[in-house]
Write a protein that binds this ligand. Structure first.
Ligand code: CUA
Length: 176
């Protein structure tokens, strides 16, 4: 069928219909892109928001490993049933590790890195703080059950990233 055989107005109607379809699909593409961007933004904020929400303070990455409180850090008692520890991340270990903590006490972890970005995630808990060089983040957690908990680095930090595992040993509470 040649153009001349088309009924009058057919071409016009065809183009209008085609443009309508085009607008619909452009709209769908914009909606999908917007959802993707919003989703990405949401997870970036969610992830790095963990650091923003902690009461962070500055620590010089160049000297943090050799200066207190991160040098030779140990668990210190800060209250009747509260303890604190300064946890240093570096390529590719956690210090101190293994760390013994008592069951049922509030443990505050101060976390930083002396080199690159690491992730301080403790398996089986809600602890998840990004170890940022230059910034000390903190999180407080109470281990309800004794046992061994593994610190997993959840930020890719180089060749030994997958082996950057620390240990927290929760000792059973002594009967009073
Ligand atoms: Cu440290 Cu990955």
């Amino acid at each position: 069928m040649s153009d001349s055989a088309a009924p009058p107005g057919f071409e016009e109607a065809f183009h209008q219909a085609a443009e309508r379809h085009e607008r619909v699909w452009v709209f769908i593409a914009i909606v999908l892109l917007s959802l993707l961007m919003a989703g990405t933004l949401f997870f970036v904020v969610l992830d790095y928001g963990v650091v923003v929400q902690t009461d962070g303070y500055r620590a010089d990455p160049a000297s943090v490993a050799t200066t207190p409180p991160f040098a030779d850090a140990a668990l210190v008692r800060t209250g009747p049933n509260a303890y604190a520890v300064h946890m240093l991340a570096h390529l590719w270990t956690w210090t101190p590790s293994p760390l013994h903590v008592p069951q049922g006490a509030a443990i505050t972890f101060y976390v930083t890195s002396s080199d690159v970005l690491h992730g301080f995630e403790v398996q089986g808990t809600t602890i998840n703080v990004t170890a940022v060089p230059g910034i000390v983040g903190s999180v407080t957690y109470t281990f309800a059950h004794p046992g061994t908990y593994y610190i997993i680095c959840n930020e890719f930090c180089g060749i030994e990233h997958q082996a950057m595992i620390g240990r927290i040993i929760v000792d059973p509470a002594r009967p009073a």
